[in-house]
Each structure stands twice: as structure tokens, then as C-alpha cells.
Design a protein around this ligand. Sequence first.
Ligand code: NAD
Length: 439
Amino acid sequence: MNEVTIAIAGGGSTYTPGIVGALIENVDRLKMKELRLYDCDFERQEKMGHLIRAILKQKYPHPIEVIVTDDPEKAFTGVDFVFSQIRVGGLKMREKDEKIPLKYGCVGQETCGPGGFAYGLRSIRGFLPLVEQIIRFAPEAWILNYSNPESIIAEAVRRAYPTAKIINVCDMTISIEETICANFGYQHEDFIPEYYGLNHFGWYRSIYSKREKRDILPDILDKMGAGLEVADFNAGDASWAATYKMLGRIVTDFPGYLPNTYLEYYLYPDLVVAEADPTHTRANEVMEGRETKVYALAEQAKANQDSAGLEINFGSHGQYIVDIATSLLNDENRRFMLITPNRGAIPNVRQDAVVEVPSYVSAKGIEPVCLDAIPDFHKGLIEAQCAAEKLLVDAYFEGSYLKALQAYTLNQSVPSANVAKKMLDDFIEVNREYWPELT
Ligand code: NAD
């Protein structure tokens, strides 16, 4: 087996130990000779470096070099894969994305609604230079991106670097599937799911059981009236419990399909806002929970130089990304839900949309599955969201205030152009360091 070099961009992310955990577990399918952590925040990166070195020293069965750097040339030259998980502006800006909309009675969420659009403009500005650097220093490398908001980043990269070797992947579908398995006793390996939509904006139309030789989605929907109990996949944060409960409401009101959990923000923004605490949002939960825990472990690793007692639950987030890398590397031709230019995969949705659909991954890259046409209700919601995201990306490239206002107004979680404009103006104010100038 070829030994590979992997760079993690956004190495300071609290997901890095989970990714490294998955790399350790899958060493038989993907053997690393070198791991590089790259981050624009050197202090964060250095702390995480102590933890990752300690974990690898204790658990990796082969000699491995670990490089921790904020120099893109050092990070990317000659790498085989870049796993990308950057958060431009950090959790402090996520907090603003969540709290500003709540001030106006709108959904405050990391990747959806007005906050997701604010994050989108920040992410494009940080992500495009990263792609440029990776292409320059490692033209053969595959970029496996899970930096959010994925649809917006994917649309911007598609325009700026149409031939980039990038696969955009989100763990939400796998999280939903594993949560179903944990709740109702199914085995995930038994599923062949069919899902369509945009990232964080789609529906399952069927889940074929290999064992039962039939579509078992109707059985699952029948069992789901009270929603789902949150599974281990989303280990830790309490707000996931409310989100999985809400799924029960959606499948009762709109039977026949299983929605992505994120659709609650577009279908029931009023209910979501009524439940939200405008002074304490998910960003606070993460800063007080996962971030504090992981960085305390990093301090501990620095002091002890080993990973004794470092057993914490990082969720199965990393497994997904490693599965995609091994499918590319070993030509495994496995099936995943991936974010990709539509080009007919959903035949009655615009060809230039960036959609999330079942796709096979081989040494050649990704091959999306061509699906049947989708129902009008889903198509209408998807087309409006897609147009709003495209207008936002136009606003970035053209520096256009008007396009940004159109994007905010069209966002289905925003009630009026009046509220859209107020939120946009507030976001411009707090994002001066991160957004292009909009005139
Ligand atoms: P985090 O803030 O803890 O870590 C992100 C890191 O990125 C930070 O250390 C930061 O310094 C670094 N960074 C920011 N801008 C950078 C740049 N331009 N170049 C290099 N490094 C940069 O955030 P997190 O909670 O760990 O999340 C990281 C990303 O992963 C977010 O975009 C999040 O939404 C995404 N995510 C995606 C999925 C998925 O399945 N798609 C799941 C979980 C998290």
C-alpha cells in the first residue's frame, strides 16, 4: 500500500482529534507517512499539535512525522490529501451569526438563514486563497472539504477554480442515518439510501434494505411520530435533542419523505425562534463544551507529553472523511452523499445548481447518481434556496450590495425585505474585517 501525506487545513479545529482517531483506526486501508497541521492561528495550532503528537505517539502503529505550521508552502507541498475544516472568524463570529438574526425575530443558525449567509461571505474570502495555495503547492492533491457553509463554498469554488480536485462532504446525512439505526435497531451497512437536495436542505425518498430487499423508509417514517432520540454521533451538545424531536413534527405534517434536520429552520422558523435563547446559542454551547474540553486536553498533553487519560468521545465525524479518502486511494467505488454540480443528477432542478446526491467515489473521483424527477414542493423550496445562494456568491464576486440584499430577501427564513436589509446592514458592520466591500 502507498504511504500518503495528509494535511489538515484548520488544524486547530476541535474536530482534528476525531479525524486523527479515524486515521488511526483505518491504518490498514490508509497508511500515513506524514501528517501536517495547517492553521492561520499559530497559537491554536501549536496547542493542538501537542495533543495530536501525543495521540499518534501512543496509538499509531508506524513511524510518522508530524509537522505543525502556519506556512502554506510547508503545509501543502507534495501532499496527497488536504482535509479542510476552517472556520473563518472563529466561534466568536459564529456567535454573532446566531445572535444578530434573533434580535429581529429570525432564525440564528451557523449555516442556515441570515447567519449562514454572513458566514458564507466570510468563508469564501478565506477558502478561495486556500484552494489557490493547494493547487500551487500540490496540484495532484485531493481536497476533501467540510468547511461550512458547504453549498456556498462549493458554488464559489466551482466558479473560481472549475477544475480543482475538490470533494465537498457533509456528515449530516450519515448522522441522520446512524441516528435512525441507533433508535430502531437497523444496521447502517444494510442501507442504500436515496437522498436529494442542496446541502442542509434535502430529503430522503427511499432507504433500500439489502437484507429485506425492499424500501424500508415507510416503516421508519411510521415509527418516527415522536422524532428521534439523539444518538452518539452528535455526542455532547444538548440542542441536537430538540432538533431530532422536531423531525417527528415535519414527517407528520409532510408525510412520505424524511427531511434533513436543517429544514426545520426554513419550514418552522417561528417555532425555532420561540425556543431559542438569544443570550446563549449553539456557539456558546460549543465554546463552553467541546472547545474548552479539547483545549484542556491539549494543555494536559503538553504537560505530560503523552495521551494517557485522553479518551473522550469525538463522535464519528472523522470516519466519513477517511472513508472517502480510502475510496479515492484504493479505488473502492463506495457510495456517499456528496455535494456536486447538478448537471442533470436531479433532472428537474437547474443544471448549474450545486446539489447533494448519492455519488460513487473511485480513483477517478466522484460520479453522481442520476435520479428521477422530484416533487414540486421540494423543487420549489430548493430552487428558491439555490437562487438565494447564487445571488450571495454573485454579491461576493461583484462586490454588490444589491445582490446581497436580494439574497437575504429571498432566504426563506427571512420574513420581509425590510428585515433583510436591517440584518444585512448589521452584518456588514461586524464583518468589516472579513467581507469584501459591498457597494
Ligand atoms: P474551530 O473554530 O474550532 O476551528 C477552525 C479552525 O480554522 C481554527 O483553528 C481557525 O484558526 C482556522 N482557520 C480559520 N480561518 C482559516 C484560514 N483562512 N486558513 C487556515 N485556518 C483557518 O471550528 P470547528 O467548530 O472545528 O469547525 C471547523 C469547520 O468545520 C467549520 O466550518 C464547521 O462548520 C465545519 N464542520 C463541518 C462538518 C461537516 O460535516 N461538513 C461537521 C462539523 C464541522
